[in-house]
Design a protein around this ligand. Sequence first.
Ligand SMILES: *Cc1c(COP(=O)(O)O)cnc(C)c1O
Length: 417
Amino acid sequence: MTAEELQSAVGETITADGLGGAKALQLFDDVLSNACISVDHPRYLSFIPAAPTEAATMFDLVVGASSLYGGSWLEGSGAVFAENQALAWLARLAGMPESAAGVFMQGGTVGNLTALVAARDTAARERGGRPARWRVACSSEVHSSIDQAARVMDVDVLEVPVGDDGRLTGDALRAALASDGDGVFAVVATAGTTNVGIIDDLASIAEVAEEFGLWLHVDGAYGLAALAVPEMRGQFVGLERADSFITDPHKWLFAPFDACALIYRDPEKGRRAHTQQAGYLDATMAPADFNPSDYGIHLSRRARGLPFWFSLATYGTDAYAEAVRAGISLAQQAAAEIRSRDSVELVREASLSIVLFRRPGWDRARYFEWSARLLTEEIALVLPTTHRGETVLRFAFVNPRTTIDDVRMILDLLESA
Ligand SMILES: *Cc1c(COP(=O)(O)O)cnc(C)c1O
């Protein structure tokens, strides 16, 4: 709905006397909530969907209703302890040392920015001087949040070309640094690009990062959920050498919006970069305490990792492996289904849980028209994307309740359009 349509349907809701809860809830129920898409619908297959478990969703209510403060150990030790166990599980899967630790933040964008601020702070301390311009190296396929972080930090980006397979490699990074490495303090590798699901060659990148003394940050906002699946871990070799990484439980780890897990190999580097000093905070500053507010660009903090913790604690890590595996397996089945049909073509092999495909002969406008109709008729959300300059269609699967029959139904509709 447009803002004008919503305005005429609900009128002005902010009044001197208040509408009363019943009326306000009725407006939300009858009008406002219907103008929002359920991101966890099994046929919501665009962007990166969400698929929170029942346990996670219910526990989000508990977190919201309990006035928990997740910024400091003093106020939230029980909550922080539980969150830290969930973070430790992720750190162990990544092969990080026992001393690794981190914090749940609002989202991958904030997590990436926070990690890069710690990286620059560390470089400034260790190098004892500042270059004319700081720079961060990353591939052209990196998520837009890295550009955003660079703008916020006022640093430049050294864009390293990727190979035909879309992956950043250590060799390409070395060549770029050797010819033009001034001021580079960090390299960002991606473990599962959002658009395509490509995992950079983390092992060779880690090698080169070490050679040049650079902080290695791995952005796995979407893809690092696949660490939950034992047979996938081989694809992430090299991650264990990173200085920091992120993954978003609200993407493929079955938690509600919003939560990003940021892990530092050496949390002290994060703490040094991010601790806020203020007289009224002194009471929370017992040096031995673990205060989540010290590890990111935030102070007040919802204990936003708790729904993820509760879900993980409730169902266990085997259930997580099975649920993530379901998305990967469905992507393979969908790719096979597309290959078997004459009306559509696979653009590239499925990667993680993402499938790109085209309807030969269609232009951008046809794709957008078809997508819009599918949404208007409340059948599915399948949006076009751009891949190497071409408009194509994209499935991103994270919901274990999405079935191959959902996929067939959408492909049938595409065929008959
Ligand atoms: C989604 C995503 C982000 C941004 O995460 P938000 O939680 O939306 O801020 C960053 N990097 C990658 C690879 C992503 O998929």
